[in-house]
Design a protein. Structure first.
Lengths: 140, 617, 407
């Protein structure tokens, strides 16, 4: 006789796994679709650390403060693989250190250090030729 | 001969003299110790990777601190529970100085030792005046204060993470764990040697005298407080040195490693190994480490360490219950039992022919209107008299008449409420006992007692130490030529004193093994060692058998023949009659008679004072 | 016929040589330097993570490196939270032949050099203080644990936009003092958000005076950086005074002792929010749940002696065990990549290899960074009914699933 508690735990486990997996599936599906209109570019250039690279494929769409840090949003014209490689080489060229990087099917992260700051470039391919870029910049 | 070759020649001669002295003093136990040191020095090359040299080195540094504590606990009788605190001071001062590798290990070690020594001197100035139980409490509180201070001031101590210490070098050699082991071993040998030399020298003898009978030591002019503070400071400096080097080995000054338990552990080690023996503390540390290691093995590894405080406490109870002697004294006692016929270091000496004593210029001692009150009671009331230089005088009177009070006032043990004491016309009323002893006024005590752990020879040396100019601790340890020469002369003079009193055969015998009368004679010998010009003898015949009295009388006569002024307080009127040319009679604090024995015995007041029960006639 | 037999013999011999005549190389030792006597729960968590990984690496009892078979073994060394003891343990571990040390973090400032001289890597799996890890100056020190810097900045990023007036409280433990430094850095640019800064004596039984001072400073939130007991005392003081102020903490808020000490007032724990390294990955929770399942199959579920309102026992997830577990797998990968157990080679390979961590994330180091948990992997979780779940008002946390914590 299965106890109700155990059954509940198994159900929660299944649901949690399913939820997580469902989100991943949804992201992959979206990444394969054609892109709609691009978000509007930001009126002013965001405040970035010294020599922070801006590859030509990047268009900034906004910036907001989050306490001591700033969060810059942008998009890359291309897929997540191009964005990932593009940012890594851009950082190398700008004298920034890539402290960690991770590249999965539709998302990637590149952590950086340099220009008296640290942070992360988070990439998520939202459609076939566009990858959203979220840059978190923290002062060192 | 030019200066350099002359110096070289002298040095060679001194080294040869030192070697001869070492050979003379060499004993079988020294061979054992030397063999152990040699074996220990060979551990790194022989056993190398099989043993943890860093742990062994840390144990040896602890042994150095324990050896220093042995001077305080064993020789001075000060039960200090602050040795861990002084190690902490040495460690953190050294760590602060080594910060950033800006200063050398040597500078840091010296600074650590100096800081700890200074802390010992300052704290000791207050602590050593206390009774032993309060010394233990006071030093325990000091340990806690240092431990709390380390945790409360993280900017000094590095907080819970401690202060990292960079690897250093000494004389160009990188201080690896192996180098630390050899350094620690060398330090153990040096410190043990220094402690042994100090203990046997004038410094140690006087410390031990003060430990065994503080009152008698004070009466001999020994500056007890100063000596004890010096011993406390030296012991603290040794702990500071050990701490400064141990922290270099540990590579981090960790505040949690210097809790009050460390001081307790060191005291237990000293008592376990034997406070009275030079190497006892080291033996105690090694024994404690071995027991701790066994506990870790038996009690399943890491958790075994938590049992250390309990084990240390249990061992202390065991040692104290078994008499408190310790491992090394027990081993010696066992050796004596197993080899009863073996030659001992404390064998009786063969008496020599009694040399003729040197005459002394006795001095005039005067009491002018001396008064001493205890509340409403006048112990001494307006008493005046003058003792002619070189005379033998007796001070008699019923019990409670003020005789001992008079002696105390003359010796400087107490201050009078009124009146003056004059020595050869000089007012010495405000001078303390030690200063009066230096001027030649010495008192023996009324109460029976001697320096039980000292030999007869050491009794005289305790008294004669103040007349020596090269008997300081540094010269003693360094064994300078002047110190050695003076020591030899002092020993010869001391033997002369013993021979004078018929005690030369007992020169190497501990006072506790002699009869009561002989112990009283030893205190007289100690007084004679100070080269007095005035002797104040308080009831020397108390407790003596009738058959001893003639011998005592001859001794007093002999002292008189040397020219020393004598004031004898006695109840035994036969002795008084046989030696004193003049008798002073006190009754209820007042001088009621002063004259020859026959004159005084005819005084009605004297008869009345004694209620007619006795007569001087 | 003879030719066929000869060919068969040659093939057989080739087969024998080719299928790995491996020699036995003994045992590879991994040391775990942790406060087993002073903080047994933490020490055991770290050690169990390492031991679990070892049991996975060599279920058959061996690890093949190059052409040599080795046994893999974990040995525990108790540092009793003493830096001196921690340094002695590192020396002992090296003398015992350890190829790596998993360290709680006490005494690293002194012990790292001794390990470096022996080319032994140390991986910190608990303490997050700044300065402990520096790839340039301390090439043999690594960390897999959330850093104080990361936690403090993420807390600032999360709380300041809410417009709160935050009282920054830290206790006087080493953990609290280091946290205070990190908080000063994180909140230093937004002084208007800070209502008060107070030090809490960790030995005090009652923190009501300090909590009252925060209240009088008009704080609308408390950020308490201290060990578990301190956090519990702050909650007790605030709630007993009827002050329902939100309380935020670093990872120590997750310490079971907070819930244990408030077991009589479970509603006072509700709303307590802590920051920690995330337990699950973007890929989903399955990796962590597998890890948890494996952990519990060996060590059983970690009951923390409190219950939900429905009377269900609360279990502690083995999140901190992940870090030592991941390091052992990294070490295994480094050993295989080095093809030898030479310490120098293994240390070099630790900057190259990457493994999938217990939560599914990639775990690895490089020459520029020896931090295994980046700042951006810090998430927030809030307690309700004695269990916690990721918050919904943080971009990262809102993507993370709830992990069941009841038995």
């Amino acid at each position: 006789m299965i106890r109700s508690g155990t059954l509940l735990a198994v159900l929660v486990l299944a649901v949690a796994t399913a939820c997580g997996d469902k989100k991943e599936e949804a992201d992959k599906e979206a990444a394969g679709k054609a892109c709609g209109p691009a978000p509007a570019a930001a009126a002013t250039k965001p405040k970035l650390p010294a020599k922070f690279p801006t590859p030509s494929e990047v268009t900034y769409t906004g910036e907001k403060a989050a306490g001591p840090s700033s969060i810059v949003s942008a998009y890359w014209r291309g897929d997540v693989g191009q964005a990932f490689d593009g940012y890594k080489s851009a950082f190398a060229g700008a004298g920034y250190d890539v402290t960690k990087d991770e590249h999965e099917e539709v998302d990637a992260e590149v952590n950086f250090s340099g220009g008296s700051s640290t942070g992360q470039v988070k990439l998520l391919q939202t459609c076939k030729d566009r990858t959203t870029v979220t840059i978190t910049i923290r002062p060192s | 001969m030019s200066a350099a070759p002359r110096a070289l020649s002298r040095t060679r001669a001194e080294v040869a003299a030192g070697a001869r002295e070492l050979a003379r003093a060499w004993r079988p136990s020294a061979t054992i110790v030397a063999a152990c040191i040699a074996a220990a020095a060979l551990v790194p090359p022989a056993l190398g990777s099989l043993v943890r040299l860093d742990a062994l080195a840390a144990t040896l540094y602890l042994g150095v601190a324990a050896l220093g504590l042995g001077l305080t606990v064993g020789r001075a009788g000060i039960p200090s529970l602050a040795q861990g605190a002084f190690m902490a001071i040495g460690a953190f001062v050294a760590a602060a100085i080594r910060d950033g590798d800006h200063a050398s290990v040597l500078v840091a070690a010296i600074a650590g030792a100096a800081a700890a020594g200074a802390a010992g001197a300052v704290s000791g100035a207050g602590i050593v005046r206390l009774r032993p139980v309060f010394v233990a409490v006071g030093t325990w509180i000091l340990s806690w204060l240092v431990a709390f201070a380390l945790l409360s001031f993280p900017s000094l101590s590095g907080g819970v993470e401690g202060r990292p210490v960079p690897q250093g070098e000494l004389a160009g050699i990188a201080l690896t764990p192996r180098a630390h082991y050899e350094l620690a071993l060398a330090l153990v040998v040096l410190v043990a040697g220094a402690v042994a030399l100090l203990g046997r020298g004038a410094f140690g003898i006087r410390l031990a005298a003060a430990r065994d009978h503080t009152g008698a030591a004070l009466a001999l002019g020994i500056r007890v407080v100063r000596l004890r503070v010096a011993a406390f400071a030296v012991s603290a400096a040794v702990a500071g040195l050990a701490g400064a080097l141990a922290v270099q080995l540990a590579r981090v000054a960790d505040p949690t490693a210097y809790g009050a338990f460390l001081s307790f552990q060191l005291l237990v080690a000293v008592l376990l190994g034997g406070a009275a023996a030079t190497l006892g503390p080291l033996a105690g540390v090694l024994a404690l480490s071995g027991i701790s290691l066994a506990a870790r093995v038996v009690l399943l590894g890491a958790s075994g360490e938590r049992w250390n405080p309990m084990l240390a406490a249990l061992l202390l109870v065991v040692v104290l219950s078994a008499g408190g002697a310790g491992i090394v004294p027990w081993a010696r006692a066992l050796d004596r039992r197993l080899r009863p016929g073996a030659p001992r270091s404390r064998a009786p000496r063969t008496p020599r022919a009694t040399p003729r004593p040197k005459p002394i210029d006795g001095v005039k001692l005067e009491a002018d209107a001396l008064t001493k009150r205890y509340g409403a009671l006048a112990a001494l009331d307006d008493v005046s008299f003058a003792l002619a230089a070189g005379s033998v005088n007796a001070l008699v009177g019923p019990n409670g008449s003020g005789k001992t009070t008079a002696l105390r006032l003359l010796a400087g043990t107490q201050r009078p409420d009124a009146g003056t004491v004059l020595l050869d016309g000089r007012d010495v009323t405000s001078l303390p006992t030690s200063a009066r002893v230096e001027l030649g006024v010495v008192r023996t005590l009324q109460a029976a007692g001697s320096f039980r752990e000292l030999t007869a020879l050491e009794h005289v040396l305790a008294g004669s130490a103040l007349r020596r100019g090269y008997a300081g601790p540094l010269r003693t340890v360094a064994r300078t030529p002047l110190a050695r020469t003076e020591e030899k002369e002092a020993t010869e003079r001391a033997l002369d004193v013993l021979a004078f009193l018929g005690l030369e055969a007992a020169a190497n015998v501990r006072a506790g093994e002699l009869s009561g009368f002989e112990q009283r004679l030893l205190m007289l010998a100690a007084a004679l060692g100070t080269e007095p010009r005035v002797l104040l003898l308080d009831e020397p015949a108390a407790g003596a058998a009738a058959t001893d009295l003639p011998r005592l009388a001859r001794i007093v006569e002999s002292i008189h023949e040397r020219g020393i002024t004598i004031l004898l307080v006695e109840h035994d009127l036969r002795l008084v009659r046989s030696v004193a040319a003049r008798v002073l009679v006190l009754d209820a604090g007042r001088l009621i008679a002063d004259g020859s024995p026959s004159e005084v015995s005819r005084e009605p007041a004297v008869r009345a004072a004694y209620l007619g029960r006795r007569s001087l006639a | 016929m003879r030719r066929a037999a000869g060919l068969a013999l040659v093939l057989a011999l080739a087969g024998c040589g080719g299928s790995g005549t491996k020699s036995s190389g003994g045992t590879i030792l991994i040391a775990v330097n942790a406060p087993f006597s002073r903080e047994p729960a933490l020490g055991n968590t770290i050690a169990r993570g390492a031991e679990l990984a070892v049991s996975q690496v060599n279920p058959t009892g061996e690890l093949v490196v190059g052409r040599t078979r080795y046994g893999l073994k974990v040995k525990r060394y108790d540092n009793a939270l003493s830096p001196q003891r921690a340094v002695e343990n590192v020396r002992r571990a090296i003398a015992d032949g350890a190829v790596a040390i998993v360290d709680e973090g006490t005494g690293i400032d002194a012990s790292w050099q001794i390990a470096r001289d022996a080319n032994v890597p140390i991986c910190i799996t608990y303490q997050g203080g700044e300065g402990l890890v520096d790839p340039a100056k301390r090439p043999n020190v690594f960390r897999i644990a959330p850093t104080d810097h990361g936690v403090a900045f993420r807390l600032a990023e999360y709380l300041i936009p809410k417009g709160l007036k935050i009282a920054l409280l830290h206790d006087d433990s080493d953990y609290g003092e280091e946290g205070a430094v990190a908080l000063t850095q994180a909140f230093g640019r937004n002084p208007g958000s800070v209502a008060a800064r107070l030090t809490l004596p960790s030995t005090a039984d009652d923190l009501s005076p300090q909590v009252l001072r925060a209240r009088r400073a008009h704080a609308t939130a408390l950020l308490v950086w201290g060990r578990g007991p301190t956090i519990a005392k702050v909650l007790l003081a605030a709630r007993a005074a009827g002050w329902n102020v939100p309380v935020y903490t670093p990872p120590s808020g997750e310490d079971p002792i907070v819930r244990q000490q408030l077991a009589d007032h479970p509603s006072w724990v509700d709303g307590l929010t802590f920051a920690s390294g995330r337990m699950t990955a973007e890929l989903g929770p399955s990796a962590f749940l597998n890890f948890q399942s494996l952990y519990r199959s060996v060590y059983g579920a970690s009951r923390i002696d409190v219950e939900t309102a429905a009377g269900r026992p609360v279990l502690q997830p083995p999140d901190y065990a992940m870090y030592s577990y991941d390091f052992v797998h990294l070490l295994e990968a480094a050993l295989r990549a080095a093809g030898s157990t030479g310490r120098k080679q293994v240390l070099a390979q630790l900057n190259e290899v990457v493994v999938q961590g217990a939560n599914g994330d990639e775990r690895g180091f490089n020459l520029k960074s020896h931090e295994g948990v980046v700042d951006d992997d810090v998430y927030f979780a809030r307690f309700r009914d004695m269990t916690f779940r990721p918050v919904k008002d943080d971009p990262l946390s809102s993507t993370l699933p709830v992990i069941d914590q009841t038995g």
